[in-house]
Design a protein around this ligand. Structure first.
Ligand SMILES: Cc1cc2nc3c(=O)[nH]c(=O)nc-3n(C[C@H](O)[C@H](O)[C@H](O)COP(=O)(O)O)c2cc1C
Length: 441
């Protein structure tokens, strides 16, 4: 089983309002190296595969046509750049991987290639790139380029991948760096070449600016779950992060992704699929119940609305309540509408339904969609069910509440999974790079 822990360099990474939890250290710690370094150490002691960083560009300004609700409730703002945290966290760990989100829409590919080569060197081959096409149109108001239509962003991302792969894989031979003091040659220019890319979106001559790093290409992650996102994942991704409602409802999506990969000539099992689930565990039923009550109290409905409207790029406050969401054209993420279809295939989801679903705190239960809730044993049982019924390879665990949730994953849940023989008790020293960890199990 592969386990990642989800985070973001912002006060309340996934669920809004939880920065108010009494044991929270994330809301202030997110901007300090001490916080990230101690988190990395903790995750490595628990043998976690990787720390996963979400990230966005721009501000959530779609809900009520204003960024004020997002700013008020810390909806991914304020946030700092996760890339800067990684070398420090890598310096105090040996095995923990780092998966970082980076947008193909808002950064040029030449710079992306150099950044990930740098991270791969500095982490000794422990870096993964969560490839996103982005959904916040507000980024374009800050000079970050053009907000294309949904599918065009993916078409552009396909070409983007062609460019960065060529820079990583084709530009430098393994033995290009000779460091020969006698001839005064550091790098043999005959073993370095331009890539000469000229396409619809990009012109990149090369050569790549970095010598080959341990993995050359970072482990490629992908998280978009629309039909177009699925094809992109099937083509490029080595690890896919899905948000499926429940094991039985998610199985067809997992099968569809593997099928699409096979159609594109890939080994379907070579793609590792991680379910993104909120996790909230208690040592006892009573403790789990107490946490569920706390969850309801901390939940911040307006913050959640600001987040989801930005994600979908349509304003739930701007449509009559009975409007079917499937009829609202959106340039944002299409994944959520697909999620609703899997949640209730027969149902016509309206704006009112979604507003309720997104903003209302519901007490977590053992079978709540997406959620891993209950005692440690119950959650471990559910994880086994996810693996056997849905066919996922592991989890991107979203700790809730943030700080205590991380402690619970490391101190309660992982030891239980280890007792069951489901999760490693030590890193395999033969697996030096993050890719080796994914390809050998
Ligand atoms: C589970 C999940 C996590 C995501 N995390 C991020 C993120 O951190 N930053 C980001 O810009 N996009 C993120 N995305 C957005 C997608 O990767 C994708 O670019 C976007 O959703 C549009 O594509 P889609 O319609 O296929 O979802 C995430 C999507 C999903 C489903």
């Amino acid at each position: 089983m592969h386990i990642n822990v989800f985070t973001q360099c912002s006060p309340s990474p996934q669920f809004k309002g939880f920065w108010r939890h009494q044991a929270d250290r994330t809301a202030t710690g997110y901007r300090s190296l001490t916080y990230w370094v101690s988190l990395a150490r903790k995750l490595e002691l628990a043998c976690v595969d990787a720390l996963f960083f979400a990230d966005v560009h721009g501000v959530y300004d779609v809900y009520e046509g204003s960024w004020a609700p997002a700013v008020r409730h810390a909806v991914q703002i304020p946030s700092i750049d996760p890339v800067l945290v990684i070398p420090a966290a890598a310096a105090v760990t040996e095995h923990l991987g780092f998966a970082v989100t980076y947008s193909t829409t808002y950064h040029p590919p030449y710079e992306c290639a150099r950044l990930f080569s740098s991270l791969d060197h500095l982490t000794g081959g422990r870096i993964a790139w969560n490839i996103v096409t982005s959904y916040l149109s507000s980024a374009t108001l800050n000079g970050l380029g053009e907000y294309l239509d949904h599918d065009d962003r993916y078409d552009r991302a396909d070409e983007y991948l062609q460019v960065v792969r060529a820079l990583w894989e084709d530009s430098w031979d393994d033995d290009a760096v000779v460091r020969d003091p006698d001839s005064g040659t550091f790098t043999d220019p005959d073993r370095v070449r331009e890539i000469g890319h000229k396409g619809r979106w990009f012109e990149v001559r090369g050569p790549h600016q970095c010598e080959p790093s341990p993995q050359r290409t970072p482990v490629l992650y992908q998280a978009g779950a629309s039909a177009r996102g699925l094809t992109f994942a099937a083509q490029h991704a080595e690890v896919v992060f899905l948000t499926l409602p429940d094991p039985a409802g998610g199985a067809p999506q997992v099968a569809a992704l593997r099928r699409r990969a096979a159609e594109l000539g890939r080994d379907p099992r070579s793609i590792k699929i991680l379910q993104g689930s909120m996790v909230m565990v208690g040592e006892t039923r009573q403790e789990a119940r107490r946490r569920a009550e706390e969850y309801v109290k901390l939940w911040d409905g307006e913050g959640q609305l600001a987040k989801w409207c930005g994600w979908m790029d349509f304003d739930l406050a701007a449509f009559p309540g009975e409007t079917p969401v499937s009829e609202i054209a959106s340039k944002g993420s299409h994944s959520f509408v697909g999620f609703l279809k899997r949640l209730g295939p027969e149902r016509e989801w309206t704006v009112d339904d979604v507003r309720y679903l997104v903003s209302t705190a519901r007490r977590p239960r053992r079978n709540s969609p997406v959620t891993l809730f209950g005692t440690v044993e119950e959650v471990a049982d559910r994880m086994e069910e996810w693996q056997s019924v849905a066919g996922v390879d592991g989890f991107n665990l979203i700790p809730c509440p943030t700080t205590q949730g991380i402690d619970d994953i490391c101190d309660l849940l992982i030891p239980e999974l280890q007792r069951r023989g489901l999760f490693r008790t030590a890193y395999d020293p033969a697996q030096v790079t993050l890719r080796q960890r994914y390809t050998s199990s």
